[in-house]
Design a protein around this ligand. Structure first.
Ligand SMILES: Nc1ncnc2c1ncn2[C@@H]1O[C@H](COP(=O)(O)OP(=O)(O)O)[C@@H](O)[C@H]1O
Ligand SMILES: N[C@@H](CCC(=O)OP(=O)(O)O)C(=O)O
Length: 370
């Protein structure tokens, strides 16, 4: 066990395959087992947010399909049936234990809008303070393909970061991260502790999902990158192991624990938003010397550092910072619009990007792929 303190605020993500049958129905038995464990954590005084997939899987059969449909409108139609069914079952089960569940449906654009981002956090905080169990899913029926999370792994890590959770627990149909896909390689070994997402871990994750899930191991690793950069320990384990959540919060569950090395820096909430949620609107290319200073953390970015401005943005937008070799260095909040930058900012003392509003992609930093 790497972490010593028992978490107080936890986010639990459960995948479609762990909640529904292969025939497209919510499995009452699976749901009951999950709810019983969440109730046990609540009874211990913990704050719990559930990120639950399963809307499409629970709805497609009632829509008249015999297997999960593949087109977006069909999946969205299935989700609009399944989400209601899922919530009905959750509400009923939690109420039978004296707890109230609430539904929160989120899209990717809710994270990229800074006001909505803070609103979501405030709402979830009120619910948690009042003992409610928020149940989060992607708002499948309205999201367009290009902007979809698609799987809920990344969504769960973003929710965990948003509310400063102590621990993220991802429950799946597999008992942990393996050195290779265990369904195709019987020699693959499970990793119990991971302190860094290395290239070999990314390679091991591949990108395949199961018949009812979508994310596969790749999206779980993408999620872990976000939670690790936000200083949140993450557990990945098998949903159908009895008491897995209870053991996971106690640090002795069978599964994979992802934990930052103690010396790793964590991003505060503002920088988390800049790094993971903002959706950069343009790009500023800077000189080599400015890049070195920026990466050393020694200075903000001034007009003399800028070589080229790409795209169109207003002041206050988040932009990417790159060098002329094409390498991306990071992202930051810009204090000038494109027009102001093109007119020239010489003579203005204000930095183009303040050091505190810049998040680099290197060192402890955020992998460029995010
Ligand atoms: N390195 C790996 N370790 C574990 N599982 C892997 C790995 N690579 C691929 N997988 C696959 O990822 C699956 C889990 O993803 P998925 O079915 O989408 O889960 P969920 O529905 O719980 O989100 C596993 O069942 C396994 O087939
Ligand atoms: N929002 C979707 C999640 C899609 C999905 O299958 O996710 P997952 O099972 O976590 O890989 C749903 O509720 O059906």
């Amino acid at each position: 066990m790497l972490h010593s303190k028992k978490p107080n605020r936890v986010v639990i993500k459960i995948g479609s395959s762990s909640l529904t049958s292969l025939h497209g129905e919510v499995s009452r038995k699976k749901l009951e087992k999950l709810v019983d464990q969440v109730v046990a954590l609540k009874d211990e005084g913990m704050e719990v947010v559930l990120v639950s997939s399963g809307a499409v899987a629970a709805g497609y059969r009632k829509l008249g399909f015999i297997e999960r449909p593949s087109s977006l409108p069909e999946k969205q139609a299935a989700a609009s049936i399944g989400q209601g069914l899922l919530m009905e079952s959750y509400s009923e089960l939690f109420l039978s234990h004296g707890y109230v569940a609430s539904q929160i449906l989120i899209t990717r654009t809710d994270f990229s809008n800074e006001n909505r981002y803070y609103n979501m956090s405030n709402t979830i905080n009120v619910l948690l303070e009042r003992g409610i169990i928020p149940i989060v899913n992607e708002n499948d029926t309205v999201t367009v393909d290009r902007l979809k999370f698609g799987d809920n792994d990344t969504l769960s890590a973003k929710v965990a970061a948003l509310i400063n959770a102590d621990q993220l627990m991802i429950l799946s149909d597999i008992d942990g991260l393996y050195t290779d896909n265990p369904s195709t390689n019987p020699d693959a070994k499970m990793l119990e502790h991971v302190t860094e997402i290395t290239e070999s871990i990314e390679a091991a994750a591949g990108d395949s999902g199961s018949a009812v899930g979508t994310g596969g191991m790749k999206s779980k690793i993408d999620a872990v990158k976000i939670s690790m950069a936000s200083g949140i320990s993450t557990f990945l384990g098998k949903a159908d192991i009895p008491d897995i959540l209870i053991d996971a919060v106690n640090g002795n569950a069978h599964g994979t624990y992802f934990e930052n090395k103690p010396e790793s820096a964590n991003l505060d909430r503002k920088r988390q938003w800049i790094a993971f949620n903002s959706g950069p609107e343009g790009k500023i290319i800077i000189h080599k010397k400015a890049k070195e200073a920026l990466l050393e953390g020694s200075k903000s970015l001034y007009s003399g550092d800028v070589k080229e401005v790409k795209g169109k943005f207003e002041n206050g937008a988040v932009v990417k910072i790159g060098d002329d070799s094409g390498e991306e260095i990071g992202v930051g909040v810009v204090n000038y619009s494109t027009e102001q930058l093109q007119e020239g900012t010489d003579g203005k003392k204000k930095a183009i990007i303040d050091r505190e509003a810049f998040v680099c992609y290197f060192d402890f930093c955020i992998p460029a792929s995010l």
